[in-house]
Design a protein around this ligand. Structure first.
Ligand code: AMP
Ligand code: ZN
Length: 140
């Protein structure tokens, strides 16, 4: 499929979907992939993407959107028990003005614990710690 030629598309999330760039996967099926954010807002911060490229909410087909949001629910439910966490935020940025830095549709799942405030800027995670965390969370 065309999205497997990620470099042609010049999109980092297409490259992740194609397996050309490594990621710490939490969930994968034919249409959707979920993996840990490498600059997490909180422990277990996960991104959920369609494997087929679109830029944001408005240029994504309804069927793809439905598939992605159903997996957002599935992955969030898993994180709640696997981490565990008490709650979570769903964030989806559209356009530079909204803080979108990667132009491939993605939903952020940001686990929340206690009263820890949410910071919308993550620092780069330690890759070994992220790998260990992915192992603890486990693939769904
Ligand atoms: P946004 O600002 O909504 O476009 O979010 C893009 C997110 O992608 C940021 O939180 C980045 O930390 C994250 N990100 C960028 N590159 C990677 C990567 N290779 N693996 C995992 N997450 C990434
Ligand atoms: Zn893409």
């Amino acid at each position: 499929m065309w999205y497997n030629n990620a470099m042609k598309n010049n999109c980092i999330f297409c490259a992740i979907a194609a397996g050309e760039i490594p990621s710490f996967k939490i969930y994968e099926d034919d249409l959707v992939l979920a993996y840990l954010d490498i600059n997490p807002f909180s422990t277990g911060h996960t991104l959920v993407i369609p494997k087929i490229h679109s830029e944001g909410l408005l240029d994504t087909g309804d069927e793809t959107l439905a598939a992605v949001i159903s997996r957002v629910k599935k992955v969030a439910a898993h994180l709640r028990t696997a981490l565990p966490c008490e709650g979570f935020n769903i964030l989806q940025n559209n356009g530079q003005a909204a803080g979108q830095t990667v132009k491939h549709l993605h939903f952020h799942i940001v686990p929340r614990c206690g009263m820890a405030p949410l910071a919308f800027d993550g620092a780069p995670a330690d890759m070994e710690e992220l790998k260990a965390l992915a192992g603890r969370i486990g693939m769904i």
